[in-house]
Design a protein around this ligand. Structure first.
Ligand SMILES: Cc1cc2nc3c(=O)[nH]c(=O)nc-3n(C[C@H](O)[C@H](O)[C@H](O)COP(=O)(O)O)c2cc1C
Length: 219
């Protein structure tokens, strides 16, 4: 009887400790070990904007891994409106990034990825799934692209690369030349340009934790 009690106590202790220690979580589809101090959270907390890079190129597999992470982002109604233009030919930047104050950053980076979005969605009418598809504005494309861009930045951080998000949309003075020079078809628009490469300096993340921004149940 006493042995049984000890056994149940041991099981209970392991069960209670599991979320704190991270043990017991499965690999593949489920978070790996570490509890609240796991690799994913460490990568998120370590991410910072990097604006100066070495000359070293980015291996193709790394670029693919970052783009895969981007396309794994959540997206309204699973529309996945994103497209990407990967740039490495700096001789074209003068025209692509006309009047863009981030030019120095782009010129330093091994690559600049222009995140683009189809701003419309073509689907059968909601009330008639057999009807002819109609094209309407996609109300969530900017949210989708934001999530997609952040995934790219986090993947870059996890690979030891540095990156910075620079705005394009809604500033027409920035995105018009990107759309024109990169040959984006309508209704595709440039959303942002991310410069990425190997960090030249030892940038550190900013501490943005402000517990007073959090309200529970009511403001
Ligand atoms: C929508 C958006 C637009 C941004 N545009 C620029 C930009 O044009 N140039 C730039 O150097 N950084 C840009 N940034 C990066 C921010 O300046 C940076 O994220 C912010 O200062 C916080 O620093 P951190 O990324 O190191 O945490 C942008 C970030 C976001 C989210």
């Amino acid at each position: 009887m006493k042995k049984n009690l000890l056994f149940y106590l041991a099981v209970l202790t392991v069960w209670v400790m599991m979320p704190l220690s991270g043990c017991g979580k499965q690999e593949g589809g489920k978070p790996s070990g570490g509890g609240v101090d796991n690799e994913t959270i460490r990568t998120i907390m370590q991410r910072k904007s990097v604006r100066a890079f070495t000359d070293e190129p980015i291996p193709a597999a790394y670029m693919e891994a970052m783009l895969k992470a981007s396309m794994a982002a959540p997206t309204g109604s699973n529309i996945q409106p994103w497209y990407f233009v990967v740039l490495t030919d700096k001789s074209k930047y003068e025209h692509v990034f006309e009047n863009n104050f981030n030019m120095r950053i782009f010129n330093s980076a091994a690559a600049v990825v222009v995140f683009c979005a189809d701003t419309t969605v073509t689907r059968p009418p909601r009330d008639n799934p057999d009807g002819a598809p109609v094209t309407r504005p996609n109300g969530t494309w900017r949210d989708d692209l934001g999530a997609c861009t952040e995934n790219f930045l986090l993947a870059a951080e996890s690979l030891g690369l540095g990156a910075v998000w620079t705005a394009a949309y809604p500033y027409s003075e920035r995105y018009a030349s990107m759309k024109r020079e990169l040959g984006l078809p309508d209704p595709v628009l440039p959303y942002c340009a991310v410069a990425v490469g190997w960090p030249a300096n030892d940038e550190q993340p900013k501490d943005k934790w402000k517990p007073d921004r959090i309200h529970y149940e009511r403001w």
